[in-house]
Design a protein around this ligand. Structure first.
Ligand code: YRO
Length: 311
């Protein structure tokens, strides 16, 4: 039997696997990051989105496991930008994407100016689910504001930079965000962030399950898979070939990894299922993916990437 090759590319670095952690999951502390670095079949890792100042995040409970996924209102707990920059500069042993976030568009510019001036040359991902102006939606749902921020960022930023996107649900919104993103030399888009502001109800308690924001929180896991696949596919169809698509959302099996790649994902992240199953999930997913590829007669990921058939 021919050996199946799961290798993938991260902006010029060869990875042994296309699998990543979803930002936010097991990537906040030095210990967690080191666990990721030592996880087999995890091709590359992503840090918890870093803000200029360290944050405690929201009160507990702030993550709740659901039968078909998860709901969270973590509130961006992180050890601060300096810690993660130091980690990628000093401690990194596996290819890593530095995720950054900001509490305002102005903070995003401040942070990226510092990063531009730093010794860091690796990949960065700007989380566009950051708040912008009070009374306005998150940045990524305001296409003009996203354009203004990216225009300012790329007036000075010359290192590899991608964006993390929330899910879109309207075909015109895919057209609009892609038209904005295609104006800039982005390395990648990572889609999707959690589906915002869902609500789960505990029927026995007649109560919400997370504390902050009255129980409203971001949805992840199996229930978001079709939304994630639609976003991967729709963005791959619209973005410049130079912009890679990282697929995130709803992966629990090797079949789900295969499907993300078939829809056009270059790399695939796992979030909720790591919370449910632990870091051993990556060995299982890699084996299941190899089994599917063997059955279908595929040897490499590029044999089927983006080749979803239409009726
Ligand atoms: O609550 C979070 O830290 C969080 N959870 C997610 O599912 N996605 C995110 O991007 C974040 C951090 C950013 C924000 C939602 C708090 C603005």
């Amino acid at each position: 039997m021919t050996e199946i090759d799961l290798s993938a590319d991260l902006f010029g670095q060869t990875l042994t696997s296309p699998l990543l952690n979803a930002s936010g999951v097991h990537c906040q502390t030095k210990e967690e990051l080191n666990d990721l670095a030592n996880t087999s079949n995890l091709g590359a890792m992503v840090t918890k989105s870093a803000t200029l100042q360290a944050r405690e995040g929201n009160p507990n409970p702030r993550y709740y496991d659901l039968e078909n996924g998860s709901i969270n209102s973590m509130g961006l707990p992180n050890l601060g930008y300096d810690f993660y920059l130091d980690y990628v500069l000093q401690e990194q042993t596996k290819p890593t994407i530095l995720s950054v976030a900001a509490l305002s568009a102005a903070d995003a510019i401040t942070l990226l100016k510092d990063l531009q001036a730093s010794d860091y040359q690796g990949p960065t991902e700007l989380n566009l689910s950051c708040p912008n102006i009070v009374g306005e939606p998150q940045l990524a749902y305001d296409f003009e504001a996203t354009d203004r921020v990216l225009s300012e960022v790329f007036s000075f930023y010359t290192k590899p930079l991608g964006v993390k996107l929330p899910p879109y649900f309207d075909l015109v919104h895919f057209d609009k965000i892609a038209a904005v993103l295609n104006k800039y030399p982005l390395t990648h888009v990572n889609t999707i962030n959690s589906i915002g502001n869902g609500l789960w109800v505990d029927i026995d308690q007649e109560q919400v399950v997370t504390k902050a924001k009255g129980g409203f929180g971001g949805l992840g896991g199996t229930m978001v898979l079709p939304t994630a696949l639609a976003n991967v596919r729709a963005l791959r169809q619209r973005l410049n070939d130079s912009i890679k698509v990282l697929g995130t959302g709803g992966v629990t099996s090797g079949a789900d990894v295969f499907t993300h790649i078939l829809c056009g994902a270059d790399l695939v992240s796992v979030g909720t299922q790591v919370m449910k199953e632990g870091l051993g999930v990556y060995d299982r997913l890699a084996e299941e993916l190899k089994d599917i590829m063997a059955e279908k007669g595929y040897q490499t990921l590029s044999d089927f990437r983006g080749k979803l058939k239409e009726l």
